[in-house]
Design a protein around this ligand. Structure first.
Ligand code: AKB
Length: 318
């Protein structure tokens, strides 16, 4: 029987595109999508779907055994902006869901796990430019603390129990297919929708805030690549740095303005500015490139082109 995959958090920003990509590769019936809520998109409802609260171990285990799951992508998480509003809830969701999937691995009920980490593991004392794989990590957000602790638990379960868990530190991800989910980098998605709708946007991050970013297609490609890599080439079992592009709101604005000359950008920073200020400006991902052959494809110009076309096509469908 072909190995079966479970995506937890399949309705989220990454989960929804990952589910469709994995169904393309492995076939619809080999990929079980799950989320705490029912899917709203017709594409996701097109294949097997389970309602799952990732913090409930018994339900998680029951879905894994019922479907004879081999591999789990544990994508459910509360992101940086939302977790600052609900600190204990954010910690509970992010850590309990991780322990549940790691324990399924420890009990040999599944063979392979993907768990996403983030550039949020870094903090204000981390070197900001070309942040290395191994460096000072003193995160100041609930989300960052949960991801840093989670990385240590992944490395621990791998070393102590032989659990095959793989992870990457996603930068801010840009896509048009699913709305962003409460992160600090969400401005870089909202801006496209507003540029097309009203030719005006107010950024909640300041003009010069440079952050590491990536187009979703690159992120999906990285996720599938690290999971397909031979086990011994995945040498880092906490989480890999991953880089695509790095830009400021002002640089993004200028690139969009080339296509929409009337577009105007204003700035009104909020609590997310302090989060962004604590994160790196750019990332050194040499280890991912060396160990499992990571390469990104999308630069800023390509991202802007794809996003404007994509958002426009969504509006036409409405
Ligand atoms: C967020 O902004 O919280 C996320 C992330 C960088 O992990 N996009």
């Amino acid at each position: 029987m072909p190995s079966k995959i479970l995506i937890v958090g399949a309705c989220g920003q990454i989960g929804s595109e990952l589910t469709l990509a994995l169904r393309d590769i492995h076939g619809e019936n080999a990929v079980i999508a799950s989320d705490i809520k029912a899917p709203t998109s017709p594409e996701l409802s097109g294949g097997p779907f389970e309602i799952l609260d990732a913090t409930d171990y018994e339900s998680f285990k029951s879905i894994v055994t019922t479907h004879d799951i081999d591999t789990v992508y544990m994508m459910a998480a509360m992101l940086s902006g939302t977790a600052e509003k609900f600190p204990e809830k954010g910690w509970d969701l992010n850590m309990t869901s991780l322990f549940n999937v790691l324990n399924l691995g420890k009990e040999n009920l599944i063979n392979k796990i993907f768990w996403p980490s983030s550039i949020a593991v870094f903090g204000p004392t981390t070197p900001k430019v070309d942040t290395p794989q191994q460096t000072v990590m003193e995160p100041t957000t609930v989300y960052g603390i949960s991801k840093q602790a989670g990385e240590r638990w992944c490395a621990y379960y791998h070393k102590r129990y032989g659990v095959d868990v793989r992870s990457i530190r996603y930068p801010g991800l840009i896509s048009y297919k699913t709305p962003p989910g409460g992160g600090t980098t969400d401005y870089a998605i909202e801006i496209f929708h507003e540029a097309l709708k009203s030719q005006k946007y107010t950024s909640f991050l300041s003009a010069e805030t440079a952050l590491p970013m990536m187009y979703m297609d690159d992120a999906i490609h990285a996720t599938i690549s690290i999971m397909d890599a031979p086990s011994d080439s995945v040498k880092i079992r906490s989480s890999y740095n991953l880089a695509g592009v790095s830009f400021t709101p002002e640089e993004l604005y200028k690139e969009i303005k080339k296509q929409i000359p009337d577009f105007e950008l204003a700035y009104e920073t909020d609590f997310r500015q302090a989060i962004a200020d604590s994160w790196p400006n750019s990332i050194d991902d040499t280890e991912a490139r060396t160990d499992w052959g990571w390469r990104h494809d999308f630069n800023l110009e390509m991202i802007v082109k794809e996003m404007l076309e994509g958002v426009k096509s969504l509006e036409e469908v409405k």
